[in-house]
Design a protein around this ligand. Structure first.
Ligand SMILES: Nc1ncnc2c1ncn2[C@@H]1O[C@H](COP(=O)(O)OP(=O)(O)OP(=O)(O)O)[C@@H](O)[C@H]1O
Ligand SMILES: [Mg+2]
Length: 346
């Protein structure tokens, strides 16, 4: 299998590593197609985009015409890319849209419909990366239904179809999951072995040991990249998370009860479950999920996951059976913000 090359940092390209279990799952999907749109969500920076790029290569090797839209990408070539076999159809459809790049998801769906009509009995894949943020979270459900209709009531013929969408928005699960229109799968941070391969691929003599970065990042490749770019200075990375998410402001707006629950959630995220009957715990849960700090976890049954699920409990990494911090850095950044507010208040 061809492994795609990815830009890891300004000066460093790295070949797609590991995710072996996930790639096996994709090979199985490629054989029978997807009966529902597969919606992949997971921690910010866990590697969803990297994975989609590799999925495209896997599907093309299996004879799929792939249409890949990534509305939040920077360049036009990345916003919409496709297998050269459908180039003529793509050009024609794009011409019919006055401003195709501002409505790229609609354009991509139209392209798939046209491919079904014209290239009968073919293998078609539609990959939509980070799509719900682009169409608006309020329309996420509508789009998932449109994707399901494309599979169930195709405007043309197909041999197999694979439809996958990704999202890093914590609220995705609640918005989309409740309808049963999609197969919801979590892609978690990389497993130990996979992350070790990525760490090995960084040619930097001053890098800390693999064990050290594992404990800090919990296997999140974006945070590994941030550490690399910060010259391995962990405090710079903590600070960037606190600032990006405005955690000090977040903490300063919490009431006494919420603060008390937050401290318990830092100890063990499953403590949240014990308090969920209380209104303040429900509010706190909503806020922490919305800010992409914690996630609600499925049970570890393999159907809910792409690639290996994390263990049921790993308190060092902030992972519980029901809830998990997206990474240990998210939890530590929250601790820092809490400490800061406590000092200011005394
Ligand atoms: N399996 C992998 N092999 C090599 N590099 C990877 C792998 N997974 C992720 N990366 C690299 O780690 C960084 C973060 O990954 P990526 O952008 O795919 O995360 P993401 O989940 O899409 O993030 P976001 O939530 O912001 O959309 C990128 O530089 C990517 O190339
Ligand atoms: Mg992404």
């Amino acid at each position: 299998m061809r492994r795609v090359r990815l830009r890891f940092a300004k000066d460093l390209e790295i070949e797609f590593r590991d995710r072996d279990r996930a790639l096996q799952q994709i090979e199985q999907l490629a054989e029978r197609g997807t009966l529902f749109p597969v919606v992949i969500y997971g921690p910010e920076g866990c590697g969803k985009t990297a994975f989609f790029k590799q999925v495209r290569a896997v599907l093309e090797e299996r004879g799929y015409h792939v249409i890949y839209a990534s509305p939040l990408a920077e360049s036009v070539e990345e916003i919409l890319s496709y297998t050269p076999t459908v180039k003529g159809i793509v050009k024609e459809v794009l011409k019919a849209f006055p401003e195709p790049y501002s409505r790229i998801v609609d354009a991509a769906i139209r392209i798939v419909s046209e491919v079904m009509k014209r290239l009968r009995r073919s293998r078609i894949a539609l990959l939509l990366d980070d799509v719900f943020q682009a169409v608006g979270l309020d329309k996420a459900e509508t789009y998932v239904k449109i994707l399901l209709n494309l599979i169930e009531y195709p405007p043309g013929d197909y041999e197999n179809i694979v439809v996958m969408a990704s999202s890093s928005e914590g609220v995705t699960r609640d918005r989309i999951g409740r309808h049963g229109w999609a197969s919801m799968r979590i892609l978690w941070n990389m497993c130990r072995e996979g992350f070790e391969q990525l760490h090995d691929a960084i040619p930097d003599e001053s890098k800390p040991s693999y064990e050290t970065v594992w404990r800090i990042t919990g296997g999140n490749p974006r945070l590994l990249k941030k550490l690399y770019e910060a010259g391995w200075d962990v405090n710079t990375v903590f600070k960037s998370v606190v600032e990006e998410k405005k955690l000090d402001l977040f903490v300063s707006k919490l009431g006494e009860e919420e603060l008390e629950i937050l401290r318990q959630v830092i100890e063990d995220p499953d403590n949240l479950v014990k308090r969920l009957r209380e209104r303040s715990a429900q509010e706190l849960e909503r806020k922490l999920i919305e800010l992409n700090l914690i996630m609600y976890m499925h049970d570890r049954d393999e159907h809910g996951w792409i690639d290996q699920p994390p263990p049921e409990k790993d308190l060092e990494l902030g992972i519980g059976r029901f809830y998990a911090w997206q990474t240990p850095i998210h939890r530590e950044a929250m601790k820092k913000a809490l400490r800061c507010i406590e000092v200011t208040n005394h």
